[in-house]
Design a protein. Sequence first.
Lengths: 461, 460
Amino acid sequence: MAVTKVVMPKLSEAMETGKIIRWIKKEGDRIQGGDILAEVETDKADVEMEAFGAGVLRKILVPAGEHAPVGALIGVIAEPGEDIASVLSSAPAPSAAPAAADPAAPAVAQPAAAGKMADRPPTVPPQPTSEGHAARQPSPATGPAAPAQHAPAAATAPAAIESRRAERAAAPVAAPSGGRVKASPLAKKIAAQSGVDLKVIHGSGPGGRIIRRDVEAAATAQPVTAPAPVTAGGPEFEDVPLSQMRAIIAKRMPLSKAPVPHFYVTSEVDMDRAWVLREELNALEGQPKLSPNDLVIRACALALMRHPGVNASFQGESIRVHRRAHIGIAVALDEGLITPVLRDGHAKSLAQIAVEARDLAERARARKLRANEMSGATFSISNLGMFDVAAFSAIINPPEGAILAVGSIRRVPVVDGDAVTVGRRMALTISCDHRVMDGAMAARFMQEVKRLLEEPLRLLV
Amino acid sequence: MATHKADVAIVGTGPGGYVAAIRCAQLGLSVIAVEDDRPGGVCLNWGCIPTKSLLRNAEVVHLVERAADFGITVGEVRADYAAAVKRSRGVADRMAKGVEFLFRKNKVTLLAGRGVLKTPTTVEVTGPAGVDTIEARAVILATGSEPKSLPGIAIDEERVLSSNGAVRQERRPASLVVIGAGAVGVEFADVYRAYGTEVTILEALPRLVPVEDEEVSAFLARIFGRRGITVKTGVKVNGVSPGGAGVVVETDAGKFEAEQVLMAVGRGARVKDVGLQAIGVAMERGFVRVSTKMETSVKGVYAVGDMARPPLLAHKAMAEGVVAAETIAGRDPRPIDYGNVPSCTYCRPQIASIGLSEARARENGRDVTIGKFPFTANGKAVALGETDGFVKVVADKATGEILGVHIVGPEATEMIHEFAVGRTLEATLEEIIHTIHAHPTLSEASLEATLAALGQAIHI
């Protein structure tokens, strides 16, 4: 029998520490591979952490409510008679893990674990599987914790001065690799034939199971492992009870506003025709209901294809012009906001966008997004229309080059010939990175968005 | 005149209505169900259930007739058709009582009378005791369907029967013309033929059971022919008039005389006098238009079962009843996958299918592989002495997706569910062949047909 270490999984690319919200299993409980052990709060989402070994949960090292750095031992699964003393001796003292004054503290407080981790490349642990993606960041695809979890687990096994059990501890880790993607047999076959990576697909079947239509949708919009927004420095926690999300927003926004020279261009869009079109489309049986924002997403995605200069990132020595429009959609949450990414918006119909955007927003609110669904946007949209907002401007989310702020569709007096009538108008304000583009380029892009929305049949073709 | 209040009012207690009522009650809603006949609707009282009883009789008659094949000598065989109908009434009665029991158990109030929608939240019930009113937060309409006829041909249930009349009448005609070769037509043809009636089936389309796979139709035509049932396909009926032995059916292929005619040309949604028009419920091709949550165009008014949309099948109605009930209770039920509703016909040999026919799959541009396995090569079928039929699997060549399955033969209607579950789970041919099937069973024919689709059949 093997001793299985339970370590804090790395659930997103920016994740450095995670907080145990609660343990679902308690010490003494019998565990099977795939059982949900605990819920973990990361900077972006609450995720369930699955067990990958079988046995009894012998020890919980990091109690609920406390933090632990990625890769740190937080529990031990073993058979009842098994000696776990040597494993425990490598564990961090539980009191060292929680929020300390300095973000570096958790690592410093555990010289053994920290020292071992420093021996390796920091964020990309080797993955001892036969699948050939050893160098890639583990992407949480199923019950989000699963594939992501065994990578760091495997990584700690050789690191933690294990003697006779080292090789056996690794065994249960390697076994389930690749088998955890919950997908129907047909979905797996279509994925294999069309070269779609199941790990980056969200399943719409029962319990998040990936079914045929998910793969077919993904096959038409090949997912990419987009460059992750790189952030520097640890979060400033102090003793202030910041939520993880608040912390990351607080950390990232100044990194945008200060170094990125913003400029703003505002347009007013006549939404009368778009409004009518949307109502007609929404009256169609069997069609997903469109929100005004879906129209804006589609318009932006199309306009970005025509004005790729706006769909661009500043790279220091160069400007990266994106060929695909991955649209970040800001979703307001009680404790902050989150920007899930609708990939390949330019290649998707309004109906697809409507379905996908709603799904992303719902899961964002439920904090059930995958890490890969929160990164890789090339352009973002923030819509405060539902709050009766005339107009506002947004802060760019680097490395994106621009963000569009969408106001309410308001009924306002408009001049029609010599008469004043009532029309629907919407203010759009784009914030642009002046290092990437200039005012005229942004204005042309805005003209295109305006034209698409004012002649909304163009959104259908 | 009393006014009742409930969370949900349900008009009609056939399979769609009674299942919706029970599910609503399970979810904590108060329910009043309105019925002008016995609970259970056409299915339990006049359709599925009593006809299965009659078909079982036909099967027993057939089995006794070939007792000699099993080395059993029987004396003179007398099959009393009136007794078969009486037995079927007993079966129907028992099932209807079962629904009444389930209503009591789940505290569903049953209100006798005819329900008409007055407003989206009001149902007026005209019953034996007068007119009552139900005020409800939501209304589920489940009024079902009724037999259709051809233009100019009146169903009198004397000479020209519908299934309603045929299932009730205790006398058996010496000769019968069945117009329409769908499930109802071939099932009654089977029953009457077993009891000795001269049966002629007329079908306007080119084959028997036209919604089934072509090979199934051809096979059934062969078996029916062997049993002395006359089958005329591609025949257009122009009229029915009294004469000869009872009626004369005029067609573009000549005249057919018989004692009675059974109209089995299909069923139409029962949507008149329900109050749909008054409150503006939208229709679609003769059916009530519904959303994937079974809601009509009027908020809070739901429709399920035969009145809502095809296919007109009790099991589809039940599934819709659950969806409507769960929606009203604030749940988010999975919409029904109408492409995965099994279709079953209980003549002998039985027919069951799910998904696409071979021809339809090809029309859809699928590159298909076909696997077929006859029951003559299945040990259990041979032991039973029931070797007529086959299992046919239609699959996508590239992925092994199970596009359709067509079974004709013994217990076909039980066997189809292996593939129904498989398709729900998006299993492919591989998952079926890696599932060990017990030996000896009829289901091994399903395994072998699946193997055959991959070119790997063992027993043929």
